[in-house]
Design a protein around this ligand. Sequence first.
Ligand SMILES: [Zn+2]
Length: 264
Amino acid sequence: MKTLLFTSSLLLINCSANKALDQKNSTNPNTQVFTLPVDTPKIEVDENYLLGQFDPATHPDFMPIEQQHTTKSSAYLRKDTYAAFVNMHNAAKKDGITLLIVSATRNFYAQKGIWESKWTGSTIVSGKNLAKEVKDTIERAKYILLYSSMPGTSRHHWGTDIDINNLNDNYFLSGQGKKEYEWLTAHAHEYGFCQPYSKKGTDRETGYEEEKWHWSYMPVSGQLIQQYEAKITYARIKGFKGSGTGKVIDVIKNYVLGIAGKCK
Ligand SMILES: [Zn+2]
């Protein structure tokens, strides 16, 4: 990424995101200018990581998000991703834009809870009890997949992806929400962030509906998606209700890889 921001005095230092966060912790986070790595190191993770089968609260590459940056009482991100977010947050603030994380890392078990709640009808989806009204399991999975990932296939597993400010498309169509989205589309790339679930069309033909709130830290997630494509097979997409539909729907090709071209 050539577009990340640096302070000139620190350009010669091989800064890491961790150092950036150490600086942050020692000074006022609202005024501190953060630094990001000149070149993001090569990151190699195992299959369990890609599938979200770990606890971000105890993983050494993760840290808790400060309360001032999130609406959640407890949330975690990769340290490199969080450093980049704080940089972006502070820049946005200067332009009168507040960016808050409404969802961050969700591991396999958190995603399983969301998925199975919709699968069994405990959570009503767009006015429907899917267990009662959509008996065909393939169709039921596709219905949930409009907005929710199958466990093991979510970018939120990786600690690189965040949902910002609101989970409804309408929010971003007018008023402050529109201004926030316009700021993100103009500036998020300067901090390494990209909107993977862009408007569907020629650039992105398959996958989830557009998510204006979902942003991904590309210096890391760009590496992880390549590893996911290389390592994960349908034998590993299991351990939740309706998991057999994954292969039939080809969720890896159509959803995991169904992202905006500029986010690859
Ligand atoms: Zn999201």
